[in-house]
Design a protein. Sequence first.
Length: 153
Amino acid sequence: MGVDGYEGYLNKRVVTLPQLLKGAGYHTYHGRQMASGQGARSDPGARGFERDFSLLDGAGSYWDMTNFAAASPRSVFTEDGRYLTRLPKDYYATKTYTDKLIGFIDANKGDGKPFFAYVSHQAPHDPFHLPREWRTRHVGQYDMGWDAVGRRG
């Protein structure tokens, strides 16, 4: 506590890569969990991102705004600097972050500017939050054991 660099958030003494790139004429896009603090001084826009879809805290559900941490029952999200009160229809974290980033890139396609896009999906903590079709895709494929699967390769 009280030691520089251990504040628990990205402090203002640090210049971020997107701040540098945005200043050099890049589009900068953010789609990820960003547990670097909340508020107008810490959100992705304040740290150099032109567009964002972000989860600002950790321990969030992949399906909705449920937060599994004791500090808050509801996760905090932003999109383009606006705090969200609801998530997109059919929200699933991995798919939504990816789709948002693709949309950001496509929106400026052809303007001649380079871009920096940072996507970092939520960490896969237990319980795993997978759509049923992703969970069942390889059922039975490894039932014969690791060694047998390795020999087939």
